[in-house]
Design a protein around this ligand. Structure first.
Ligand code: AMP
Length: 605
């Protein structure tokens, strides 16, 4: 059986680790990076770029470069999250036929699952390169606060990348697992996870190898990108005041601002002031305009104070839920690149009254934990048990549009809850069950997961039919609902199809397309390889022919001269790999002939 790799599929960066030889190791990608930017771009020629390569060309290709797609995964087009992304990123967000938010890049619509699968595939390939074998099984982490649709969509992204997702685990839980196992710590852990796009806080109790999550909370729309946006807003506002130009309208300028803002933010974690310099950011009647500004750590902290403050509400919430105080914590663990910001560390220290633990790199700790859980599932890591909780309540809509909770948030998963439903009028032929997830009292304010009808009920007075509906949340936090008509003894099982996400047919179609383009990609690569070799060979034959051609017989000289001209033409005109290969072989023959002639001549001398 193949190994189970651990993947942290982040908003900004992703990371892959493998449990290997008794410990979890982070695997570098093809470019040598231990983390891979979660960026996907489609070039003019239709080539997919993933990671650092995609990120590097984002400024010149902003509309076809998809950043932070995790913010859209499992989201509806009309959700505030999708609207927010649309206002911030240069790529287009469109409404899919099922109402989900998709992205439109170069004449094609892509689901966020598909874009995520390109990133996952790259990480899978890095792991395969490292192990020297095919990898088909993975554990993928998600923010603890992700609901059912985001989890299902993440699992589908894994499938599209050719991975069986054995388990979806929560990022903070993975981080705690990495600490608990590799650093052999026990007690009450608070994991504060502030990444590129999301914030999570989780309290866990770790005793004798049992990792039990006590409570979790967070904000799926609060992360490093919001900090970057605060800097961008200062720069855009000041530029408008000085030059009367609104840079929001300039897509390329916005992408340059985004990169500069993020760089400045990161630099201000170690220095107290930094220079932002963007020459030629816009052109006015007066000529090209430049943006140059010094930004201090104090200014950054001022504009971001409210964002940091917002993380403390959920911290208090989880403590209240678990009936604990900050002083009860034995360890505070920081996860996510944003926790490098001194003001964030200060806020966490102020709240919990203690310094955070260091030890495992905050960018890698989640992937390391996921790989450790992979080791647990494959039996390589013994005596570790993970007990997670559901971050959101699950329930149904009842009379008057009220949301009735069946599984409250922070219930240990997996869990199964059954409820008996009946009819409201005589001879009612069906009942409708509307399943929702969320914390608001009215159904309409929560996230609708599924709506289904149990039909063909035999005629009966109202209240008599007994239909048992079972709600199950599995260890991945994914919800399944089944229904059984008990009244007549007749079994009627209904499985709920999620209202959003990709259908089986869509997944099948995308997989087929990927398989087809894989052949194309390989062919393109083979062609590029052979063209490179041919170019190099042509250069060297031409050079030795010019230097040593006079030592050849007259006939050989004519033949090789013609061959050089013909190869030149083929290199610029021909696409056919077979023709290219034959030309290369011909030139190799010519190179040997010249070498032979030279040796023969020098032997005679
Ligand atoms: P993650 O999703 O955990 O990879 O976190 C990425 C976020 O952390 C991005 O918004 C980064 O800009 C931010 N980040 C990374 N390094 C630093 C740093 N040294 N100081 C401040 N923020 C950082």
């Amino acid at each position: 059986m193949s190994r189970i790799i651990g993947i942290d599929l982040g908003t900004t960066n992703s990371c892959v680790a493998i449990h290997f030889d008794g410990e979890a190791v982070v695997v570098a990608n093809a470019e040598g990076g231990r983390t891979t930017p979660s960026v996907v771009a489609i070039t003019e020629t239709g080539e997919e770029l993933v990671g650092a390569l995609a990120r590097r060309q984002a400024v010149t290709n902003p509309e076809a470069t998809v950043l932070a797609v995790k913010r859209l995964i499992g989201r509806r087009y009309d959700s505030p999250e999708a609207r927010d992304c649309a206002s911030v990123y240069a790529y287009s967000i469109v409404e899919a036929p099922n109402g989900d938010a998709w992205v439109h890049v170069r004449e094609r619509d892509y689901s966020p699952q598909e874009i995520s699968s390109f990133i996952l595939r790259k990480l899978k390939e890095a792991a395969e390169e490292y192990l020297g074998e095919e990898v088909t099984r993975a554990i993928i982490t998600v923010p603890a606060h992700f609901g059912d649709s985001e989890r299902q969509a993440t699992r589908d992204a894994g499938r599209l990348a050719g991975l069986d997702v054995e388990r979806i685990i929560n990022e903070p839980t993975a981080a705690a697992l990495a600490y608990g196992v590799s650093e052999e710590r026990e007690g009450l852990f608070a994991v504060y996870d502030l990444g590129g796009g999301t914030f999570d806080i989780t309290l866990l109790e770790v005793r004798n190898g049992v990792f039990e999550v006590r409570a979790t909370s967070g904000d799926t729309f609060l992360g490093g990108e919001d900090f970057d946006n605060r800097i961008i807003e200062i720069l855009v506002r000041e530029f408008q005041e000085t030059h009367g130009i609104d840079l929001h309208e300039e897509r390329m300028a916005m992408q340059r601002l985004r990169e500069a803002a993020e760089r400045a933010k990161q630099e201000l974690s170690t220095t107290t002031s930094t220079e932002i310099n963007l020459p030629f950011i816009a052109v006015t009647d007066a000529g090209p305009q430049h943006l140059a500004r010094r930004l201090t750590r104090g200014e950054l902290e001022d504009v971001c104070a409210e964002l940091i403050e917002r993380t403390l509400g959920p911290c208090q919430e989880v403590l209240d839920f678990a009936g604990l105080t900050p002083a009860d914590m034995d360890e505070v663990i920081l996860v996510g690149g944003m926790t490098r910001m001194p003001a964030v560390q200060e806020a966490v220290r102020g709240f919990f009254g203690r310094d955070a633990s260091r030890g495992v790199n905050p960018d890698e700790v989640v992937a390391v934990g996921a790989a450790t859980q992979g080791g647990v599932l494959s039996g390589e890591v013994a005596d570790v048990l993970l007990l997670d909780v559901t971050p959101l309540s699950l329930g149904v809509e009842t009379a008057g549009g009220v949301f009735t909770k069946l599984v409250p948030q922070n219930t240990t998963i997996p869990v199964t809850v059954a409820e008996i439903f009946t009819t409201a009028v005589d001879n009612q032929p069906f009942v409708e069950v509307h399943v929702l997830q969320g914390e608001r009292p009215m159904a309409a304010d929560n996230r609708s997961l599924a709506r289904f009808q149990l039909v063909d009920l035999p005629p009966a007075p109202r209240g008599v039919p007994k239909i048992k509906v079972e709600f199950h949340i599995d260890a991945n936090g994914i919800v399944e609902v089944t229904a059984l008509d008990e009244a007549t003894g007749k079994e009627q099982r209904v499985r709920v199809e999620a209202a959003s996400g990709l259908t089986e047919q869509e997944i099948g179609r995308i997989l087929e397309e990927a398989a087809a383009s894989k052949e194309d990609d390989e062919e393109r690569k083979a062609r590029a390889d052979i063209q490179n070799r041919l170019r190099a060979m042509l250069y060297s034959v031409r050079k030795s022919f010019a230097d040593l051609g006079d030592r050849l017989e007259e006939e050989q000289r004519t033949d090789i001269g013609t061959m050089i001209d013909e190869s030149d033409r083929i290199l610029s005109d021909e696409d056919d790999v077979v023709v290219l290969r034959e030309t290369l072989e011909g030139l190799e023959g010519a190179a040997y002939l010249i070498a032979d002639a030279v040796y023969a001549a020098s032997a005679e001398e």
